[in-house]
Design a binder for this molecule. Structure first.
Ligand SMILES: Nc1ncnc2c1ncn2[C@@H]1O[C@H](COP(=O)(O)OP(=O)(O)O)[C@@H](O)[C@H]1O
Ligand SMILES: [Mg+2]
Length: 250
């Protein structure tokens, strides 16, 4: 939580529909450098679509995404997307590649780093997430928590300006979420700019600068965790928080 006023990511009035289903109905938000923002909301409410539209994995129908003031357009997309890392719910590691090769791949192909430089950086990032001793394992030889930490190391090795996390712990057994949350808290405290879709109340309370609550493709409410958890303004937010904070204490 070493937030500055310098804007890294600006999302302006994003719209996205699939057929006649309007999934995003005008979503706007900004992230300043070092800010960690957590997006919450019921299943099907458009959270993954929002992240996918931000890096144009799914192109938005309307609205703009600006990175450090520069809009993402078809012409700038390839050059700019490398600055936006994505951590997926299901890790998305290449199963036929060792952990170290997963962490080297984007560095080699996209950043054109030498093998030595990519290896050195991969080992630094694996060290950072506590996986240096698993560098030469295949993903299937790791626990889900280790696989997710490897995918975070892969994201970090690309020197992203912002990391988008899509429910990074929701595919994990409960006993494995803690190790991933610990790494994410560490990144937030070191000043990484992060937009995190997650219902991890522990992370949200202690590491988030702001919580954004989405419902039906729009932002219903946003604010610092202390306010949002203690004093939600909207009934939908209250009902949702009741469910997830109840799960936390169960
Ligand atoms: N590629 C797609 N084609 C059609 N419908 C989609 C597609 N992706 C998402 N949707 C629909 O958009 C809605 C929001 O999905 P999603 O963004 O995944 O929600 P969340 O991540 O909040 O659970 C859902 O109704 C989902 O079925
Ligand atoms: Mg989702």
């Amino acid at each position: 939580m070493t937030k500055s006023d310098e804007e890294v990511l600006r999302v302006e009035d994003l719209h996205k529909r699939y057929g006649d289903h309007a999934v995003l109905r005008g979503v706007s938000l900004t992230l300043t450098r070092g800010e960690a923002k957590v997006v919450m909301g019921s299943s099907g409410t458009g959270k993954s679509t929002l992240l996918r539209c931000i890096n144009h994995l799914s192109p938005p129908d309307a609205g703009r995404v600006l990175l450090e003031g520069q809009p993402l357009t078809p012409a700038t997309l390839n050059a700019m997307r490398r600055h936006i890392a994505f951590v997926f719910q299901d890790f998305n590691l290449f199963t036929h590649l060792k952990v170290i090769d997963n962490v080297r791949l984007g560095q080699r192909r996209i950043l054109k780093r030498s093998k030595a430089a990519a290896t050195e950086r991969a080992m630094q990032e694996l060290e950072r997430v506590g996986l240096a001793d698993r560098a030469h394992y295949y993903p299937a030889q790791l626990s889900g928590g280790q696989q997710q930490r490897a995918s975070i190391a892969r994201a970090l090795a690309m020197d992203p300006k912002v990391i988008l996390f899509d429910e990074p712990t929701s595919a994990l057994d409960p006993e494995l979420t803690g190790e991933v949350v610990t790494v994410m808290k560490q990144l937030a405290s070191e000043g990484m700019t992060m937009l995190v879709v997650s219902h991890e109340v522990g992370f949200a309370r202690t590491a988030a600068d702001e919580i954004v609550f989405m419902d039906g493709g729009t932002i219903v409410e946003q604010g610092p965790p202390s306010t949002l958890f203690a004093n939600p303004a909207h009934e939908r937010t209250r009902a949702f928080l009741k469910v997830i904070t109840h799960q936390e204490s169960a």
